[in-house]
Design a protein around this ligand. Sequence first.
Ligand code: PLP
Length: 436
Amino acid sequence: MRYVSTRANSPSVTASRAIELGLAPDGGLYIPEHWPPPLVDLARSPDLGEYPDFANRVLQPFFSEDPLQLDLAKICARAFSFPLPLKMLDPSTALLELFHGPTSAFKDFGARFLALCTQAIPSIATSPGSRTPLVLVATSGDTGGAVAAAFRECTTILVVVLYPDQRISQRQEKQLTTWGPQVLAIAVQGSFDDCQRLVKEAMMSEAWKNKFNLLSANSINLARLLPQMTYFAYASTQYFQLRNRRAGFIVPSGNLGNAVAALWAQRLGFPIAHVVLAHNANRPVVDYFASGKWQPHASLSTLANAMDVGNPSNFERLSALGQFAHIRTLASAQTIDDQTICKTIVRVKHDFGEVICPHTAAAFAARQNQSTGDWIIVATAHPSKFEQTVEKLIGEQIAIPAGLQAILNQSSASIQISPTLIELQAAVAKGSGTFL
Ligand SMILES: *Cc1c(COP(=O)(O)O)cnc(C)c1O
């Protein structure tokens, strides 16, 4: 399998090379050059088996003729070592909980897979005397923590996490700032879009490229997207076996990584009827589905902060799925405001006894707007990461998962900068002093 750029102006590359490069040289995102034939046997097999084995079988064709193929089974077994429950809520609604990993958000799937792939690519991890491998990542809340936790054992790799100062929850911030000098946390005085822009500028800068082997850990990286495809494949097949009907997915969406992964799983022939993208008040994707026009804008702060994205980078992968008219048959989008998010958190606790995070609440609200069909609501984070919003609404304390508690007990440190490449450069030089 080879991968091409969404901008069609770069040579095709192997999976390993796409993972190492992050962004294609023409500024586009890597997508499969062709789609493997539908995985019909897997989608119809009566016994799904354990999730890591299933994921390995889905991913095999995407790593054909790549050195990582040999390690793939082991990587899946190590990366996906936590539960993936699918709960029936009513006869036509299920809840897929993706937050049982170490940092309590779905990003653990992609981040852990990426870290293990990165370590297994010889040109990155084990080339002594060459440029320091540096993972540069912008986070709207949850990516940074998942990436930091996933890379903490990769001691030859430096990790720099950029997050919008004051715009993430205290517990999210804690997950970014407790890892010592190998993982630098940088609070950018600006929005997530500023963080994402700085990462792109650094990636394009000759000075940075000379000093570091720059690696991207955002959902532009192929190794984040591919593993996310596998849980949509697994859950849709599981639902089909249970109900004998194809369900659609309702995906809390921001940068569009998870939604594109759902559409890739559908493309592979898994029983996915439709994909609804549940956005917060940031509405460029919603407007696109209404008008066919793409007009990104500055991001707005909402209660579902991991979805505060005004210019989602995976839009290029969404639009690469075909003509606008075709994309509209596969997916649709909704915008859910903060007030509805709050009401939904209260309603879902009352109706189903489930305590949900603000992102998941956007998906529940979008479910209520569907009059027909079977739906799997995707729960993207554990509510205890957003206790300041959720506990007030439900009037009780939320128990903290053990992994999150361990992180909260550690001491933390971060560096504040204004959103310029020069300040970022100074912060990295200073902050990583003990490492370089
Ligand atoms: C990142 C994140 C999202 C948005 O996912 P995208 O892949 O960026 O669209 C939604 N919910 C939570 C909790 C997240 O951390």
